[in-house]
Design a protein around this ligand. Structure first.
Ligand code: NAD
Ligand code: UGA
Length: 429
C-alpha cells in the first residue's frame, strides 16, 4: 500500500518506519525542511533506540520529503501524525492538525483514507470530516478514521510492532476503512477494537489518564509510607500482583512528565468541563503530580539545610530513560528550581540536552564522572541504566559530600548506606 505519513516527529517517524517494515511504500513528510534534509541524508533527528537502523533497513520503501501537498496528492492513505500541544488554558492546540486538513483539502484528486494518529480531543475527527465537506470535498472521495497511537518513547518500535490493541474509530456510514486499516496493519498480532470516531479518541485519553492516575496514586501512597516507615516498593509489588490492579505504572518517583501525560490529562479535564462534567479525579491526579518536584526539594533541604553555593549534581535531564525528549521533564523542572535556590547546579544525561533557557544556570557535563566530581549532593532524576548502575564506591570516593537523593527509587538503599552515603528517597525507610 502507498501511505503518506504527515509529521516526522517521534510518532510519525516510528510509524513510517514500522509501516515500511511491514512492506508498504511510505513517504514521511514534514514542513520542517531542516528535519527532512537530515533524514534524506541518513540522519535521524531524534534519539529513539533502533529507529535509525529500521529507517536504514527500509530505505528502498521509505522516502522523506518536505513537499507535503505533492505526496498527499499521490497517496491513497494519508496519516496525520503532527503535534497536538497544550494551549495556555489546557485545551489542545489543533492548529497543526487543521493546517494539515487544509493541505489535504487542496490535494484531493482521488479517493483517500485519512487516518488521524495524533492524539485529539473527542469530537475532533468529526470536525475534520466537517472541515473537508465544508471546503466542498465530496464525501464520496474520502473517509476519516481515528487510529490513536499507544507507543511509549524509548520503546517505540517494540510497542508499535507489538501493540496490545489496535483502535479503529469509524463514522457510521463508513463501509470501506475498516478493511483498509486491517490490511495496513497485516503482520501485527493484536485485537482490533472498532468503535466510533469519538470512541477511539476517548479510549486514547482514558488510557493516558488511567496510567497517570496510577502514578499519582502510588506517589501519594509513597508519602503515606514515609510516615509509617514502609517501603513503597513492597506496596507496589504487593498490590501489583493482584491481577485486577496489575504491576505496571506503580513506580513512585519524581512524577510523570513527557509530551503526553501532562497535556492529555489536562486536555481531558478541559473536554469534561466544556460539557459541564467536573472531573475530580483528573484534577487530583494533576495536583499530586504538580507537587512531586517540591517533595524532593523539601527532602533535600531537610538533609542539607543550607543549599547556597553547594555543588548539586542532577543526573538525568530527559523525562524518562532511553529518550532525548525533555518536553515537560520533571528533571528539567528540578534543575530550574535548584538553580533558583543559589546552588551550583551540574548535570549529565546520556542523550538529552539542557534547554537553552537553563544553559547559563546549570552546567551540563560530557560524562557522569565529571558531573559528580566534588559534588556535595547527587540527585538521580532519570533512571537511565548508566546512571542507576554507576559504581557507588567510585561515586562515594569522588564526591565531596555524601547525600544521594534517589527520586526514582532505583538504587538499593541498603547498599548506598553501607558505603557511608546518606540515602534520601520517598517511601524508602
Ligand atoms: P513531534 O512534535 O515530535 O512531531 C510533530 C511533527 O509534525 C514536527 O516535526 C512538525 O514539524 C510536524 N508538523 C507540524 N505541522 C505540520 C504540517 N502542517 N505538515 C507536516 N508536518 C507538520 O510530535 P510527536 O511526539 O510525534 O506527537 C505527534 C502526535 O502523536 C501528538 O498528537 C501526540 O500526542 C501523539 N502521540 C505521541 C506519542 C509520543 O510518545 N511522542 C505517543 C502516542 C501519541
Ligand atoms: C505514554 C504512554 O505510556 C503511551 O502508551 C502513550 O502512547 C504516550 O504516553 C503518549 O500518548 O504519548 P511516554 O510518555 O512515552 O508514553 O512514557 P511513559 O513510559 O508512559 O512515562 C511517562 C512518564 O511517567 C515518565 O515521566 C515516567 O518517568 C513516568 N512514570 C512512568 C512514573 O513516574 N512511574 C511509572 O510507574 C511509570
Amino acid at each position: 500500500m502507498d501511505i503518506c505519513v504527515i509529521g516526522a516527529g517521534y510518532v510519525g517517524l516510528t510509524t513510517a518506519a514500522v509501516l515500511a517494515q511491514l512492506g508498504h511504500h511510505v513517504t514521511c513528510v514534514d514542513i520542517n525542511e531542516e528535519r527532512i534534509h537530515k533524514l534524506q541524508n541518513g540522519k535521524v533527528p531524534i534519539y529513539e533506540p533502533g529507529l535509525k537502523e529500521l529507517i536504514l533497513n527500509n530505505h528502498d520503501r521509505l522516502r522523506f520529503s518536505s513537499e507535503v501537498t505533492d505526496h498527499i496528492r499521490e497517496a491513497p492513505i494519508v496519516m496525520i501524525a503532527v503535534g497536538t500541544p497544550s494551549l495556555p488554558d489546557g485545551k489542545t492546540n489543533l492548529t497543526y492538525v487543521y493546517s494539515v486538513v487544509d493541505m489535504i483539502a487542496e490535494s484531493i484528486t482521488s479517493y483517500k483514507t485519512i487516518i488521524t494518529k495524533s492524539t485529539v480531543p473527542p469530537g475532533t475527527n468529526e470536525a475534520i470530516y466537517n472541515q473537508l465537506t465544508k471546503k466542498g470535498i465530496n464525501p464520496e472521495h474520502f473517509n476519516v478514521v481515528s487510529n490513536p497511537e499507544f507507543l511509549r518513547e524509548g520503546s517505540a518500535i517494540y510497542d508499535m510492532e507489538n501493540p496490545d490493541r489496535i483502535v479503529v474509530g469509524l463514522r457510521k456510514d463508513d463501509k470501506k476503512s475498516a478493511k483498509i486499516v486491517k490490511d495496513m496493519y497485516q503482520g501485527l498480532d493484536a485485537p482490533i477494537i472498532e468503535t466510533s470516531l469519538s470512541g477511539a479518541e476517548m479510549i486514547k485519553y482514558a488510557s493516558n489518564a488511567f496510567l497517570a492516575t496510577k502514578i499519582s496514586f502510588i506517589n501519594e501512597m509513597a508519602k503515606i509510607c514515609d510516615q509509617y516507615n514502609v517501603n513503597v516498593d513492597d506496596v507496589s509489588k504487593g498490590i501489583g500482583l493482584d491481577a485486577r490492579i496489575g504491576p505496571h505504572f506503580l513506580q513512585a518517583g519524581l512524577g510523570y512528565g513527557g509530551s503526553c501525560f501532562p497535556k492529555d490529562v489536562w486536555s481531558l479535564e478541559q473536554s469534561a468541563l466544556e460539557k459541564g462534567v467536573d472531573p475530580k479525579i483528573l484534577k487530583a491526579v494533576q495536583q499530586v503530580n504538580a507537587d512531586q518536584v517540591d517533595v524532593y526539594i523539601n527532602k533535600l533541604q531537610k538533609a542539607m539545610p543550607n543549599l547556597k553555593g553547594k555543588k548539586i549534581t542532577v543526573l538525568g535531564i530527559a523525562f524518562k530513560p532511553n529518550t532525548d525528549d525533555i518536553r515537560c521533564s520533571p528533571a528539567v523542572e528540578l534543575i530550574q528550581k535548584l538553580s533558583e535556590s543559589d546552588c551550583d547546579v551540574h548535570t549529565y544525561d546520556p542523550k538529552a540536552h539542557l534547554p537553552s533557557f537553563l544553559q547559563g544556570q546549570a552546567f551540563q557535563h560530557a560524562t557522569l564522572k565529571q558531573a559528580i566530581m566534588n559534588a556535595d549532593c547527587v540527585i538521580i532524576a532519570t533512571d537511565w541504566k548508566e546512571i542507576k548502575e554507576f559504581d557507588l564506591k567510585t561515586m562515594r570516593s569522588i564526591m565531596k559530600g555524601n547525600i544521594i537523593v534517589d527520586t526514582r527509587n532505583c538504587l538499593d538503599s541498603e547498599v548506598v548506606r553501607e558505603l557511608g552515603l546518606q540515602y534520601v528517597g520517598v517511601g524508602r525507610p
